[in-house]
Design a protein around this ligand. Sequence first.
Ligand SMILES: *[C@@H]1O[C@H](CO)[C@@H](O)[C@H](O)[C@H]1NC(C)=O
Ligand SMILES: *[C@@H]1O[C@H](CO)[C@@H](O)[C@H](O)[C@H]1NC(C)=O
Length: 467
Amino acid sequence: MSVQLLVAMSPWARLLSTTARVSLLLLLGSVLFSCSSQRVPEFALTKIEESDIKDDSGKELGTEDDADPEDLEVFYPTDQWQTLRPGQAVPAGSHVRLNLQTGEREAKLPDRENGETGTREQRGRKRLGKVDLDANSFTSEELKKALAKMKESEKAERKAREEEVRKKFRPIEQLKEEFEKLNMKIETDYEIMVKLISKFNSSASTLDEKVAALYDLEYYVHQVDNAKDFLSMGGLQLVIEGLNSSEASLKEHAAFVLGAALSSNPKVQIEAIEGGALQKLLVILATEQPLAVRKKALFALSSMLRHFPYAQQQFLKLGGLQVLRSLFRQKGMEPLHVRVVTLLYDLIMEKMLLEDSQHGEQMEEKIQQYQQVRLVPAVVEQGWCALVPNLLAMPEHDTREKVLKLVGVLVAFCREHYRGDPTLGTTLSLLRSEYEELAAEEQREGDKDGYFRELLGSINTIIQELR
Ligand SMILES: *[C@@H]1O[C@H](CO)[C@@H](O)[C@H](O)[C@H]1NC(C)=O
Ligand SMILES: *[C@@H]1O[C@H](CO)[C@@H](O)[C@H](O)[C@H]1NC(C)=O
C-alpha cells in the first residue's frame, strides 16, 4: 500500500503548490483515518492511475512546457473555472479548488449568486471530489510588486507563505506518525534524491527513465537545503555533465534541474561555475538545438547570473552577450527574446539598485565585484539599443511591458540612437493611443491603478526622456 500511494502521488503531486500538497496530505489523512477504523483496504488515491493523469486533450500534464520561475505570472480569474498552471499566483479572494480527477488546480472569481463571500466559507469545503483550497493571500497589486522584485525577495516571500501554511496545518508531524502506524513509509527528500540520482547515473537505466529521474529531481532541488544536499551527493556535477549529452531530452532536463538548483542559491552557483556549467550552457545556446533545450538552458543561465557578479563577469568575458544576441538572428527562437530582455533588465537593475542602496562594509566587496561587470557599455556597443525597441511590435501586453522596462533603463544610454530612430517615435505614439484607450476603459471599470495605466505611464516617461 505504501508503494502504491507514493507511485500514485508522485507524477502529479509535484504539479501542486506546497499549499495544495499540504492540503492534499491532510485530505489523505482524513480519508485514511476514517477508513482505518473499519480496516478498509481500498484507498481513494490508489485508483488514480497513470492513464487518468491527463487533461482533456489527452496530453500528459506538465511534460511539454514545464513551469520555470521565468514563467511565474499572475492568474486572472473569471467567473468560470480555469486551470491554473504550476507556479501561477492567484489573487486574494479567488476561489481555488483541486480537481481530483485531473490533479489540476482550478480557480475562478467567487460565486456571487450563491451568496459566497469568497473567503472563509470556502475553506475546507468538499464536494464531488473537488477540494477547495485557500487562495494565496495576495492582492494583485502586491503580486505585481513581488514579481518585480529580485529573486531573493521572491524566495523569502515564498518561504514566509509556506511557513504560514505550515502553521495553519499544524498536525503534519502527527500525520506522519499516523502514517507510520499504518505502516506507510514517507521517504525523506534526501532518500528520494539519492534514488533519483542513482537512477539517472545508472547505465542500466533507459533514456526515458533518466529523463523521468531528472524531471522528479527538479522538484526537489528547488528547496535551498535540498539543493545543497544535491551538491554533496555529487548530483550537481552529474547534471552539468548531462548538459553535454548527445540526447536533446537529457540536455533539456539537465538544464532544468540545474536552473532550479541554482535559483537564489549562492553555494550552488559557485560550485556550478567552477564545474564548468557556464561554458556548457553558452555552447547549448550558441549551437543548433531544439527550442525546448535552449529555453531551459536560458533559464539555467539566468539562475546562474542573477545576484552573482562573478558569473556575470565571466559571462561577458566568454562572449555571452553575443550568444544571446545571436538568438535574435535565428528563426524559431522568438519565444526566447522576451526572456533575454527580462534577464538583461534584471541584471542592469540589480547592479543599479545595489549602487543606490545604503550599504555597510560587508557590501563593499560585492559592490567592487559589480563594478567589474561592465554590462551596460557592452550592451550599448553590441547594438542592443537598436534591437530591443523592435520587440515593441509584439502584440502581447506582457511582452511589451518587459520590453518597455528595458527601454526605460536603456534610454539614458541609448538616447542619441533613440532620438534618431523615427520608427521608435511612431511606435511609441501608437502604443500611447492604444494604452490611453485601454487605461480609460480600465478606469471606467473602477480600477484606478490598473495595469494599462502603468504601461501608459512607462510609455509617457520614455517619450518625455526623448524630447
Ligand atoms: C555515477 O556512476 C559512476 C560509475 O558507476 C560512479 O563512479 C559515480 O560515483 C556515480 N556518481 C554518483 C554521483 O552517484
Ligand atoms: C563536453 O563539452 C565540452 C564543451 O562544452 C567539450 O570540450 C567536451 O569535450 C565535452 N565532453 C564530452 C565528454 O563530450
